[in-house]
Design a protein around this ligand. Structure first.
Ligand code: SF4
Length: 252
């Protein structure tokens, strides 16, 4: 696990890396490709998935952005005694349709073995949460938070909530358009709002009315909102950020 610059977590942990969603604004893909060793080895399965039993010293991303299980990282939460808020798989979509269920099970089991931490998961495929829950494989622990990335209105209609009695949040980063949360089939307990970063030619600049619409709805429903610094760069007068687990504001 590593300390992270992501402002809503204290550490990131990447037992699985790589993603096939192909989002044009993806920072993780850019990072992974910088360290891609172009490795091809006997561990590669027919489905293009990779398993690393041991750490390779040369690069953290020997297969670039191809889905890879770093098995040697699975015990890292247990070895971290101080409680942390951990963003699980910041360099992947752990719940992507291509990820073997056994990989997800191994990651969730590793989290269960280290209950001192709070775990934040994030996916663009929340249907997988439901699928795992139906298989009784999704922990309902208080310290597990299941996030869905919602970047525009289309996603609201498309994305189901993880299930009853489960901590759920939406990451609206990058915010790419207006989001009418009233359309949602169930509401999250936390919302993260952020803007696109980087220098992409079609980079989306958030509109103030998009932010206000979400903030007003969340205020009405008492849903805490975390405003990322990349959004505050556009709008300096945003309210202080709030976390659901401390029931107050952290001062932004
Ligand atoms: S889901 Fe996340 S990791 Fe995957 S391509 Fe999109 S931004 Fe990158």
């Amino acid at each position: 696990m590593n300390k992270t610059k992501i402002d809503w977590a204290t550490m990131s942990w990447n037992p699985v890396t790589g993603c096939r969603h192909g989002c044009p604004y993806c920072y993780a893909r850019r990072t992974a490709h910088r360290f891609d060793a172009g490795l091809k080895d006997a561990n590669q399965t027919d489905s293009g998935l990779h398993v690393l039993q041991e750490k390779l010293r040369a690069t953290p991303y020997p297969y670039g952005f191809e889905p890879t299980l770093h098995r040697y990282r699975l015990n890292q939460p247990e070895r971290q005694a101080d409680p942390q808020t951990v963003f699980v798989c910041s360099m992947a979509d752990l719940f992507g349709s291509w990820v073997p269920t056994e990989w997800i099970r191994d990651v969730l089991d590793a989290c269960m073995r280290a209950p001192q931490h709070r775990y934040l998961f994030l996916t663009k495929n929340p249907a997988r949460y439901l699928e795992l829950d139906r298989m009784a494989m999704l922990p309902h622990e208080d310290n597990f938070w299941y996030g869905s990335t919602v970047t525009n209105d289309d996603a609201v209609a498309m994305y189901p909530m993880p299930g009853k009695n489960i901590n759920a949040f939406w990451s609206m980063e990058p915010l790419l358009g207006p989001v009418d949360m009233r359309k949602a089939d169930g509401l999250p307990q936390w919302v993260i709002l952020g803007a696109e970063t980087g220098n992409r030619s079609n980079k989306v600049v958030p509109h103030r009315e998009w932010v206000d619409q979400i903030a007003d709805f969340c205020a009405e429903k008492e849903i805490p909102v975390f405003y990322k610094d990349n959004l505050r760069a556009y709008f300096q007068d945003l309210q202080a950020s709030a976390f659901p687990w401390i029931g107050g504001v952290d001062g932004g």
